[in-house]
Design a protein. Structure first.
Length: 294
């Protein structure tokens, strides 16, 4: 089966990697060659890390990379695809336009999945003549390590599509959980709720970023604290999700002013080098701001 992944960013290249490792032929599409090159470089780096830890053999690394092609042409990417996964930025207009273009160029029987973490699959699917073949596949970062995929069933999703999507998730060695299409699904809604409360605690002076994160890491066995996770996800992304959930679910998801100020200042987290923490080479090296004595 040929899989097409639209988007070579953090999520896209991760999805392409696990699909290729599972034996699928994969085409990655993005709008610029430089983005595609960075995505493939990241895949190679991930695989080499697996080799170094004796989790991946040299033969598996080579075979995985040989299964991956790249292109800037969407028609070329999806022309013979049986399974398409869209992993472009979290904008409804972009996703709807992309789904329309995929439908015009992909085989009629191809499944079209979106990796959105919170947007309505039902609304995205509504642009299709055959919306029953649309579904949500919410992967988690880093894709090659995280075991969960939310299979999000839109109002229009048919049983054949749900079955094909579930089989695909299992084939790439992930655990599927099936949820209905509701704002934030299950994981984003719960994760964002914890994250926004942690930011409100910062605003109120309850504790500093390190102590709040340590409380969840050590007290609840979270692999990463909610403040650090906000930085990793991107404060701009987190703000967009909160605004959407506020519109759909009410004021309990109102974004804190502290988060808005960070985004306005361009302090977006790990990707910009500073958010609630200071970052260098993808690692935390300090805390942004003085949180004072408590």
């Amino acid at each position: 089966m040929r899989v097409s992944v639209l988007g070579a960013g953090t999520m896209g290249h991760g999805i392409a990697q696990v699909a290729a490792m599972a034996g699928y032929d994969v085409t990655i599409r993005d709008i610029e060659e430089s983005i595609l090159e960075s995505g493939v470089d990241a895949i190679e780096s991930n695989l080499q890390g697996g080799v170094d830890r004796d989790k991946v053999t040299e033969a598996e690394k080579t075979a995985t990379l040989e299964r991956i092609d790249t292109t800037t042409s969407l028609p070329d990417a999806v022309g013979d695809a049986e399974f398409v996964v869209e992993a472009i930025p979290e904008r409804m207009d972009l996703k709807r336009e992309t789904f329309e273009e995929v439908a015009a160029n992909a085989p009629a029987e191809a499944v079209i999945a979106t990796n959105t973490s919170s947007l309505s699959i039902t609304e995205i699917a509504s642009v299709l003549d055959r919306p029953g073949r649309a579904i949500g596949l919410h992967f988690f970062n880093p894709v090659h390590i995280m075991g969960l995929v939310e299979v999000v069933v839109a109002e229009q999703t048919d049983e054949e599509t749900l079955s094909a999507a579930t089989e695909f998730v299992e084939a790439i060695d992930k655990e599927p959980v099936t949820v209905t299409d509701s704002a934030g699904f299950a994981s984003s809604r719960l994760g964002v709720a914890v994250g926004v409360e942690a930011i409100r605690m910062l605003e109120e002076g309850v504790a500093g970023p390190e102590d709040i994160d340590a409380a969840m890491e050590l007290g609840y066995n979270h692999p990463m604290g909610p403040i650090e996770l906000c930085d990793v996800v991107g404060l701009d992304v987190r703000l967009d999700i909160l605004e959407y959930l506020r519109e759909e679910l009410g004021e309990r998801f109102r974004p804190p002013q502290l988060l808005k100020r960070k985004v306005r200042a361009g302090k977006l987290g790990r990707k910009s080098g500073e958010g609630f923490y200071v970052w260098e080479d993808g690692e935390v090296v300090g805390v942004s701001g003085d949180w004072g004595e408590r």
